[in-house]
Structure formats: C-alpha cells, structure tokens
Design a protein around this ligand. Structure first.
Ligand code: ADP
Ligand code: MG
Length: 503
C-alpha cells in the first residue's frame, strides 16, 4: 500500500494590538450512534416522529425502571474506536452525572467518566494535498442524550419532547491538537467521513446527529511547542468551551470570534476566566452561559443499576475483521492503482458512495480517464441539478460505455460530452446512441482528405498566408471540423492539413 506522507500545516496566527497569538483548540464531538433503538431501552430513535411517541418507561425516568444495555450500540462504539485506531477497553463502566433539567426526567445522565469504552486513538486531518495534521483522540465514551424543551409553541408554556431522551451518543474527545478554525471544521468533517464509512453515525448535522463543544484558548508563539515537549498544560492559555455547535460554518466563526475576545482581554492586562459560553451567530459573538463546572459539581458516581461493561477480545476481533476500507487507505490505493493525484483521490473518496461509483466505472477501463469523467463531467452536472450520486441519471455502466467509446477512438472528447448530455437527459446505451445518431468519429482518411482538399480549393488567399505563417493551419483544421460536424478525428485532420499545405 502506498503511504502518503504529510507535512503539518502552520498554526493560525492572529495579530493582536501588541503581539501575535496562536490558537489552541480541543473538541468534544457528540455523535449519535446509528442504532434503531436507544442505549438502555428498546424505544425507537426515528428522527421527526410525533413528539413523545418514542419513549419507554425507563427513558421517562419512571420509578423502578431499570436500564438494559443495547449490545448493538456497544458494537458500534467499538467499531468507531477501531476506525480511529484507538485502544478498546474490555472493561468500562457507567456513571451517573447528576443535574436537573426539564428534558432529563431521570435527574441524571448515564455516561462514562472514569472508565470509557474507548481510549487513545488518532485522526489524520487533511488540509491540502501533502498537508495534514495528526489529531490525537483522548477517549470515546458512551452516554445518553437528553430530550428537548420547546419554548416557541405557546406564549405562556414550555413543552418537553422526550423522543431523544436516552438515545445513544458517542462523545469523542480530542487532545488540544487543533490549531485553527479551518482545521477544527476539517477535523469534524473527517470524523464524520470515517463514521459514515463505518456506518456508526449518520453525521447529519442539521438533525443534531453530530454536534461539537469547542474548547478554545490562545497562546504566544513557541508556547505550544513547550506544551508538546512536556504535555504540561500550564504552557497553554486558559480555555473557554463553546457549547453545542451544529454547523461547520458556525464552528469556524465561533473560534475566530472567541479567540479575538480572549486576545483583547489578555492584551488589556486581564485574565481569561474558564467558563462555558454560547455562540450567537446573529450577533457574531460568544456570551457566557455558566461558569466552568467540575466533576464534583455533578456528584458523579458509578451507576448502581448497571454492572461494569465487560466485552470479550473475540467480540472486538470480530468487529475488527469486518471493518471496511477506510478513507485514508482508499485514497492511498486510488493514487497507487489508478495513477491519479491525491487531490482527485480525495474528491472520489470523500463519500463512500462516490468511491463505489467510481470504481464501477473504472473497472477494466482507463482509470485516469474514468476519474476525470466522474469528477469533472458527472459531479459537475449533478451539482448543477443539486442531485446526489445516488440520484445520478447516468449509471456507472453507461458512463463506462462512454469512456470505452473514447478509448476505442469511436468518438472524440468533444462528441463524448454531447453524448454524455444525451445519456444524462434521455438515458439509453451510449454505443447504440452513437450508431443511431451517426456520432461516430470519421477516421477514414479518404473522407478527411476530400474535406481538406475542398477547403484548400475554396480559400487560395488563406493558403498563401498559411505558407508564410504556419500557425494559420489551425484555421483549416477548424474549417474541416466544422464541415464534418465535429466528427473528424482531430489528430488525423491536423496531420493531413499540414501535409497538404506543405508545412
Ligand atoms: P472537561 O471534561 O472539564 O471539559 P477535559 O480535560 O475533558 O475537560 O477537556 C475537554 C476538552 O478541552 C478536550 O478536548 C481538550 O483537548 C480541550 N482542552 C484542554 N485544554 C485546552 C486548552 N488549553 N486549550 C484548548 N483546548 C483545551
Ligand atoms: Mg467538557
């Protein structure tokens, strides 16, 4: 396998009034486990269901109800861990995080503070061809989601929808290894891509399937390197946590705005107070939500309703054996097998559906040409119609057929574009369309010679000029192409024109 090597991107530098500052970012990403049932109950996780229709007694916090762990969710968390090259903990345990909130009827969230199911891992965050940052994962733990309070349905009352209460989340905690807003968004994008390949999280940010708490601090150039050497956090600035971000664009804006706020405080001689903040996209500012809470504020303790979670190495090995090819491996293989650029391989592996489509087109055909056609023609055309690859009117077989016709010299690249449009709009077999519509390229040199002779005879003045200035041969080529409806083989036309003009 080809091993693509990467250079680390430069950290983002923000200019303050007095000094330059660098950003340090760590993310806690909440990813909804792609399970049809909740973490501790059999209630459905279906999105958009009638409010409070997917609620088991245990989700509603009814007295005497006991949680029962969903093995499917455990398997998906392990699979996610393996996909992030992380250590899987065969023994983990659930804790109660106590707090009061109307959408949390139990009065506590079941989470894994002390013994998470997944330990240290890593993610390669690609920024540009040849440039990527390795971000360390600290842990992944399983926990319950809360419900939703609804404040805008009635002027005097608030409502609560418990459908989401108890849905399984994976909280993926990164080390503070992210060094800029674009990197933070790319990191979330990469996690999403990997989990979609694995089938462990849909990654639909609009539906709240993937949300991030963003920790931001600023430091002076050189301080981060000291932290790296010692892993001593005192070299870093005080962080603030921006809660519950569910859009890549807002994540980037919030980081930038928060960093500038902290820089202004520091340059003014003040100190940053560690706290939890909210981003207001309308005002373009973050504001304080609550002061930083510590583990003891939540009175965490082991959940007495659940035994420690013990899994067998065999269970983990079985999941490892079924792992699909992941984005980094697929990208490296595409570069190696098809001779395409890393950039193109990145585009084709962005979504697993794209990659599958492309490989069907490329199988047994010219891989580079196939990559070109899928990226430039197909993706371009689909984008114009706002269609996904799954909705493509052109099947991989049809596109493959077009590529074969080009390869055999039956059609020119230009005619192929017309043919693609016909297949896209009307459907049909490309080879049959070429026959029935007379689109085949003219390679018969006799026919081309006749056309060249005719144009030379009709334009004696142009012939004289071309003899002095050979660049004018292009004009003759153009005329022949026009006369043959674009079907003449361009290489043959060039050659015959040059010969007849004596160039
Ligand atoms: P807590 O549970 O109190 O929020 P954690 O140690 O779990 O604290 O850290 C939460 C997140 O904050 C992690 O993603 C971590 O990488 C990040 N983080 C820690 N220190 C900093 C810092 N100085 N600047 C930015 N992010 C940080
Ligand atoms: Mg936290």
């Amino acid at each position: 396998m080809l091993d693509l090597t990467y250079e680390a991107p430069k950290p983002k530098v923000i200019q303050g009034a007095k000094h330059d500052w660098e950003l340090v970012i760590g993310l806690e990403v909440h990813a909804q486990v792609a399970s049809r049932a909740k973490l501790f109950s059999g209630a459905s996780t279906q999105f958009g269901a009638e409010p409070n229709s997917n609620v088991a007694f245990v989700d509603a916090g009814m007295p005497g109800m006991l949680p029962v762990i969903n093995e499917g969710c455990v398997a998906l968390a392990v699979k996610t861990g393996l996909g992030l090259k992380a250590k899987i903990n065969l023994v983990s345990a659930f804790d109660r995080k106590n707090y009061f909130y109307p959408d949390l009827p139990q009065g506590y969230q079941i989470s894994q503070l002390y013994h998470p199911i997944v330990g240290e891992g890593e993610v390669l965050v690609d920024m540009a061809p040849g440039i990527a940052r390795l971000v360390r994962i600290e842990r992944i733990h399983l926990e319950q989601d809360a419900g939703k309070s609804i404040h805008d349905m009635d002027p005097n009352m608030s409502f609560v929808d418990l459908n989401r209460t108890g849905v399984a989340l994976m909280e993926i905690v990164s080390r503070p290894d992210i060094r800029g807003p674009e990197e933070a968004a790319a990191y979330v994008g990469k996690l999403r891509q990997i989990m979609r390949y694995l089938g462990t999280c849909d990654g639909n940010m609009q539906n709240g399937n993937l949300r991030a708490d963003v920790n931001v601090s600023v430091c002076r150039p050189g301080d981060y390197e000291k932290y790296q050497e010692t892993q001593d956090f005192s070299h870093l600035g005080t962080r603030c946590e921006i809660k519950n971000m569910n859009s890549m664009r807002f994540i980037q804006q919030a980081i930038e705005v928060e960093a500038r706020r902290q820089i202004a405080i520091l340059e003014d001689g003040g100190t940053v107070v560690q706290e939890t903040r909210l981003y207001d996209p309308d005002k373009g500012e973050t504001r304080s939500m609550r002061s930083k809470e510590e583990a003891h504020d939540y009175r965490y303790f082991p959940c007495p309703d659940l035994l420690p979670l013990e899994i067998e190495q065999d269970f983990v090995d079985g999941i490892a054996a079924g792992l699909p090819e992941l984005p980094d491996e697929k990208k490296a293989r595409f570069v190696l097998d098809y001779g395409m650029t890393e950039y193109d391989a990145g585009v084709l592996t962005a979504d697993v559906e794209n990659a599958v489509y492309f490989e069907e087109v490329a199988r047994g055909r010219d891989g580079k040409l196939a990559a070109n056609w899928v990226i430039n023609e197909l993706f371009g055309r689909l984008k114009k119609d706002e269609k996904t690859i799954g909705e493509s009117p052109v099947s991989p077989q049809q596109l493959g057929g077009i590529i074969e016709l080009i390869g055999k010299g039956d059609i020119s690249g230009k005619i192929a574009k017309d043919l693609f449009e016909i297949v896209y709009v009307e459907g049909g077999d490309p080879a049959e369309i070429v026959e029935s519509r007379g689109m085949r390229q003219v390679t018969d040199t006799g026919a081309i010679e006749a056309a060249v002779d005719q144009i030379i005879a009709d334009n004696p003045a142009q012939v004289e000029k071309a003899k002095v200035n050979p660049k004018l041969a292009g004009w003759f080529v153009g005329q022949v192409m026009k006369a043959t409806g674009g079907k003449a083989n361009p290489a043959a036309v060039n050659q015959i024109v040059a010969a007849k003009l004596g160039l």
